[in-house]
Design a protein around this ligand. Structure first.
Ligand code: ATP
Ligand code: MG
Length: 353
């Protein structure tokens, strides 16, 4: 298998955690006889410093020529005085637009060794394995008209979806459910919103094409409760932009730390893979960052861009083993406890597990 991976390490802890993810990918390549090539490019604050812009054309070219883009994190307080369109974060928004992915995948996996870090009881979180598929380019966040009229004190936003936008995202949800446990939960507010009625009807219309997938619909308010009460009952959770944003963050409670969460954005020209956490400037450059979110993101590269399911599972298993053996960075050490490994030690442990 050949994979050309663009590496946009970015700012803060981005380079530290991305280095560990690349290390793991190189090990996988070596063991499996795969040919992975890595091309580094600048994004965010480091790109502003070097090139005067958060997303240089060279970076866009490297990303569009790649089979997958692996991103670290973007954001540096040093540039807070700049207008939003010039700041590091503008580079992230722009690269997402260039790549065009519309389905954001966020796994919510309970690592049983970390169950004491969740405020939920271990018997609730044990073995949870949910994959959120969040529509990323439509809905309330982008709909027009939108305005806040400060004179009249009136503000409005518009939720818009077209059937093709729902269909393309739903197909991804169904296909992922087929490869997993065969269950798709579509989340909406169909008792109030027409957009939700469109989602529900479209998913039902597509469902017969996937006879091996069991479909259910949930209202978003009850889903918020079900996720905390019985998260094990869910496999793929498909939903629109706003609801997906809220529910996937809520489910972070199950996993424990932000530092453990991977993500992928697929469906566009090139898939974009990034850990959920940001640049964490408070701990950057100190070997304190948890690289497991980035390493699990590397597993997603293998699964979704390389079709290397076995290799992806091997990485996830290695992460589980390292956690079960008690290795912890500060963010997952637990109340009142401190880290017993550095960022690169954690990466090495996964590499040799
Ligand atoms: P951004 O705006 O870039 O998303 P943020 O402040 O919203 O940044 P993060 O930078 O992701 O959020 O992190 C918030 C805090 O969580 C950090 O300051 C850090 O202490 C902790 N954190 C985040 N990621 C990690 C990680 N990988 N390892 C350890 N701690 C982390
Ligand atoms: Mg943030």
């Amino acid at each position: 298998m050949k994979l050309n991976i663009a590496v946009l390490a970015g700012d803060g802890i981005g380079p530290e955690v991305t280095a560990e993810a690349v290390k793991v990918l190189k090990t996988v390549a070596k063991h499996g006889g795969h040919e992975f090539t890595f091309t580094d490019a600048l994004i965010g604050g480091v790109a502003i410093t070097a090139e005067g812009t958060p997303l240089p054309q060279k970076t866009i070219d490297v990303a569009l020529a790649a089979d997958a883009v692996l991103l670290g994190a973007v954001g540096d307080n040093k540039f807070n005085a700049l207008t939003p369109d010039k700041r590091p974060e503008a580079g992230l928004l722009a690269i997402r637009q260039h790549l065009g992915g519309f389905a954001n995948l966020r796994p919510c996996t309970a690592f049983n060794a970390l169950s004491e870090n969740s405020p939920l009881r271990p018997e609730v979180t044990k073995n949870v394995d949910i994959l959120f598929v969040r529509e990323l380019l439509g809905g309330l966040y982008f709909g027009k008209p939108r305005a806040w009229n400060k004179e009249t004190g009136e503000a409005h936003n518009t939720m818009v979806y077209t059937k093709p936008e729902v269909e393309r995202c739903a197909h991804i949800g169904f296909q992922l459910a087929q490869k997993r446990r065969g269950k798709l939960t579509q989340v909406d507010k169909a008792n109030v919103l027409e957009c939700s009625q469109l989602w529900r009807a479209t998913v039902d219309e597509i469902a017969p094409q996937y006879p091996d997938v069991k479909v259910e619909h949930q209202l978003v308010d009850s889903m918020a409760i079900h996720l905390m009460n019985r998260p094990r009952d869910f496999d793929v959770v498909l939903t629109e932009n706003l609801f997906g944003d809220i529910l996937s963050d809520e489910s972070g409670v199950i996993t424990g730390s932000l530092g453990m969460l991977p993500s992928a954005t697929i469906g566009g020209k090139v898939n974009l893979y990034e850990p959920v956490h940001g640049s964490a400037p408070d701990i950057a450059g100190q070997g304190k960052a948890n690289p497991l979110g980035a390493i699990l993101t590397a597993a997603m590269v293998l699964r979704h861009s390389g079709n290397l399911e076995e290799e992806a599972l091997a990485i996830e298993k290695a992460v589980n083993e390292v956690l079960a053996a008690g290795h912890r960075t500060g963010d997952i050490a637990g109340q009142g406890k401190s880290a017993n490994v550095t960022t690169s030690e954690m990466g090495d442990l996964v590499n040799t597990a």
